[in-house]
Each structure stands twice: as structure tokens, then as C-alpha cells.
Ligand binder design. Structure first.
Ligand code: HEC
Length: 190
């Protein structure tokens, strides 16, 4: 064997290792990190929401949601990660689902109708070639949410929402309904 071909074998052996570095995460590692980010966003939002409602009432809560939700999502969106929330019926038009998110949300609705547990309805999509991983987890409606997403809102809350979100679609929910989903994307190229 020539010296040159030995070098080529060494390079060829290194390539898969380099590819793994570029792709970075296995599906299990990706899913565990994505889950953690979704949970962090959910926890932080709920804490802020409860504090805001306690301090200044629900109309205050609307404004806190408006400022805090995008800020917390942005804080978690580093190093190739993109974290946010989406829904089939959105309050903020910038949370509109793309086609994969829409299909995933519909899969969640169907699963819930079939009696599956929300925790079993997370959705994952992997595109190794593009280096993109996507994850979604359902967000369920509970009684706190009904104050701002229920069928009947207090007039002051409704007025505040009308003013801030003239195209709001996110009312009329009942406890136990799917309200939306956390959506987490990782791009290895970024
Ligand atoms: C004080 C009013 C208020 C309460 C209570 C509230 N929300 Fe919201 N929600 C909002 C506002 C305002 C937005 C729009 C935030 C934005 O601009 O990103 C929103 C947006 C959302 C979104 C993002 C999708 C969309 O419609 O734009 C989800 C998902 C959501 N809320 C779920 C919940 C859940 C689940 C609860 C209960 C745990 C809850 N909300 C309680 C006011 C509220």
C-alpha cells in the first residue's frame, strides 16, 4: 500500500466522524433537549401569567402574555434552536402553523378524540440531509386558560384582547381541549 492511499483511508475514516459532529444530535438526544425547551417555555409562561393575574388582574395578564411569550421563546431560541407556540386557532398571527405543524396539530386532535393521553402525542420529524429536527408537544386547556381563551370572557378582558389582537381566533375553548402546541426546531446549519 502506498503512503498516499494510507492517507486517503485515514481521511475516509474521519469523514463519518465529521458528519456526526455537523449533525450533532441523535434523535433521542434531540428529543430530550427539545422536550426540555418546551417544558421550560411552558413553565416560565405559566409562572409569569399567574403572577401577573395576581398582581394586576386578567387584563394585565393579556399584556404580560403579549410581551413575555415572545421574549421567553426568543431567549430559548439559541444555538440553532427555534422555540415557540402554535395552534390551529391562533391569537397572535405570527404563531400561525406551517404545513408540518398543521398536520401535527390535526394528528393530536385525532389522537385525543381516540382517547390517547396528551403525553403520548408528541410529534417528531427528522431530515438528516437538511440537518433539521422538529418536535411538537400538545398544550392542553385548563381552567386558568378559560379566562382568556374560554367561550365567555369578562368584558374588560375581551375588550383588551380585541384591541391587542383584532384577528383573534383563540376563544371558545373548554377545559380539556387541545389549545395548541409547543413547537421546537433545530437547524444544524445555523
Ligand atoms: C391573561 C390572559 C391569558 C390567559 C389566562 C392565557 N392566555 Fe394564552 N394567550 C394570551 C395572549 C394575549 C396570547 C398571545 C400571545 C402572543 O402575542 O404571542 C396567548 C397565546 C397563547 C398561545 C399561542 C398560540 C396563539 O394563539 O397565538 C397558546 C398555545 C396559549 N395562549 C395557551 C394558553 C394556555 C394553555 C393557557 C392556560 C394555562 C393560557 N393560554 C392562558 C392570553 C392568555
Amino acid at each position: 500500500m502506498t503512503k498516499l492511499s494510507k492517507v486517503w483511508i485515514a481521511v475516509a475514516c474521519l469523514l463519518p466522524a465529521l458528519t456526526t459532529v455537523a449533525g450533532q444530535l441523535t434523535q433521542a438526544e434531540f428529543t430530550s433537549q427539545a422536550k426540555q425547551k418546551a417544558m421550560q417555555l411552558g413553565k416560565t409562561l405559566k409562572m409569569n401569567l399567574q403572577a401577573a393575574v395576581k398582581e394586576g388582574g386578567l387584563t394585565n395578564g393579556v399584556n404580560v402574555c403579549k410581551d413575555i411569550a415572545p421574549a421567553v421563546a426568543a431567549e430559548l431560541s439559541t444555538d440553532g434552536w427555534q422555540v415557540g407556540r402554535t395552534a390551529l386557532k391562533v391569537r397572535n398571527p405570527s404563531n400561525q402553523p406551517d404545513s408540518w405543524e398543521q398536520t401535527s396539530l390535526m394528528t393530536m386532535v385525532k389522537g385525543l378524540e381516540e382517547g390517547l393521553k396528551p403525553g403520548s402525542l408528541t410529534q417528531v420529524s427528522m431530515d438528516d440531509e437538511a440537518g433539521q429536527y422538529r418536535f411538537m408537544a400538545p398544550i392542553m386547556t385548563d381552567s386558568l386558560c378559560l379566562n382568556c381563551h374560554g367561550a365567555e370572557l369578562a368584558p374588560a378582558v375581551q375588550a383588551e384582547i380585541n384591541q391587542q389582537y383584532p384577528h383573534d381566533q383563540a376563544t371558545g375553548f373548554a377545559a380539556g381541549d387541545l389549545r395548541g402546541a409547543f413547537t421546537v426546531t433545530y437547524n444544524s446549519e445555523e
